[in-house]
Every structure is written in structure tokens, then in C-alpha cells.
Design a protein around this ligand. Structure first.
Ligand SMILES: [Zn+2]
Length: 73
């Protein structure tokens, strides 16, 4: 599922925010003097993972609350 650099097809480490353009580190540095314009692919993946984890945890918490209620009765 690794993204490929659109220039040299190496494994991409960076992408331009809000676009489907991916770059490896070398091409990113060559084409963009300022790497802050780019997002680390890894960070995006981490963010997504965190979002999913939180969603799962929230759902589990809700289930726990329901268990507590039925225990009181
Ligand atoms: Zn490249």
C-alpha cells in the first residue's frame, strides 16, 4: 500500500497537502526548497490511525456504560 514518487517511482515519503501528488525525499527536496509545504506520508497515516483508534475506544466506552447500567438493575 506504499505510495510511489510521481517522478522516480521510489517509495514516497512526502505528499503535497490536499493533492494526490507523492514524492520521495530526494525529489521533494529537489522540487521544493521548503519541505513544510509537504506532509510526511507517515504522519498522515499516523493521524488516520489515531482517528480510527479513538473512534474504536469511544465505541468501547459507550458499551461499558451500557454494561454498568444493566448491572445496577
Ligand atoms: Zn522521487
Amino acid at each position: 500500500m506504499a505510495k510511489r514518487c510521481i517522478i522516480c517511482s521510489e517509495e514516497a515519503e512526502y505528499k503535497i497537502k490536499d493533492t494526490p501528488d507523492y514524492y520521495c525525499k530526494g525529489c521533494a527536496e529537489e522540487n521544493f526548497a521548503d519541505l513544510t509545504l509537504l506532509v510526511r506520508v507517515e504522519e498522515e497515516a499516523q493521524k488516520l490511525k489515531k482517528f480510527i483508534d479513538e473512534k474504536i475506544n469511544n465505541e468501547q466506552d459507550e458499551n461499558h456504560e451500557q454494561d454498568d447500567y444493566s448491572g445496577e438493575n
